[in-house]
Design a protein around this ligand. Structure first.
Ligand SMILES: [Zn+2]
Length: 239
């Protein structure tokens, strides 16, 4: 199937979300949106790019099984990455229609798109290997897009924005770190923003200069969050 036909199908199913999405992610991540007023403990640097940014777009197709509130968390997550990436790489979010066929989804992936899928713990990806204890799993198809599975019934009260922001770090080529956003274990404080170390891993993977990028500077709270821990995981590839 041609990508053109897929796009037609996507437009038919995704128009409402796309219209809302423009308002949601048409502004810089540091603007005072209601979402960000909830978490005033961090702020991002505001470096201008030292060279003209040539934008590489990563299409992000959000499963329509996510409800409106969940979609806004996902939008908040990629907006922060877009801000950090300063125009060099940009996530372009769309809604994946509920009736998208396997062929269409595979076509999206082959064309470099990523699908954010809402699954529960009975899904095969949650039943094996690193997925057994994961909140979300990122499965990359190499240079050809991939899948971010959110295991929704394991989220409990955890912040979906932080969980997905971590997975988007994997989408951008980051591995795991001992602390911060890219730590393999969920931490609600570290998951609030994209720290220097997370950006540095992406910069290395994407051959970008840190001088051109932004990151959050966090007066970190020392509060313990002892009841919040649960591993997350990333698989490196499918097929
Ligand atoms: Zn991870």
């Amino acid at each position: 199937m041609s990508i053109g036909r897929v796009i037609v199908a996507l437009l038919a199913g995704g128009l409402a979300f796309m219209a809302a999405g423009i308002v949601l992610y048409g502004q810089p991540a540091h603007a005072a949106s209601p979402r960000e007023r909830e978490v005033p403990e961090f702020q991002y640097t505001s470096h201008a790019a030292t060279v003209a940014a040539s934008t590489r777009t990563i299409p992000l197709y959000v499963d329509s099984d996510f409800d409106q509130g969940e979609r806004q968390h996902i939008v908040a997550a990629f907006r922060q990455w877009n801000y950090v990436l300063n125009g060099f790489i940009r996530f372009d979010g769309r809604l994946l229609p509920g009736d998208a066929s396997k062929t269409e989804v595979e076509s999206i992936r082959r064309n470099g798109g990523w699908v954010v899928a809402r699954v529960d713990s009975s899904h095969p990806v949650a039943q094996k290997g690193v997925g057994i204890h994961a909140l979300a799993v990122t499965v990359s198809g190499g240079r050809n897009g991939g899948f971010v599975y959110v295991i929704a019934d394991r989220l409990g009260g955890r912040d979906l924005t932080g969980v997905v922001m971590h997975e988007f770090g994997h989408v951008l080529g980051a591995g795991h770190d001992n602390s911060g956003l890219m730590a393999p274990v969920y931490n609600p404080v570290a998951s609030r923003c994209i720290d220097y170390a997370a950006v540095a891993m992406v910069a290395q993977a994407q051959h970008l200069s840190m001088r051109d990028l932004n990151w959050c500077e966090t007066p970190r709270s020392n509060q313990p969050f002892q009841n919040q821990y649960q591993p997350r995981a990333a698989l490196s590839q499918v097929r």
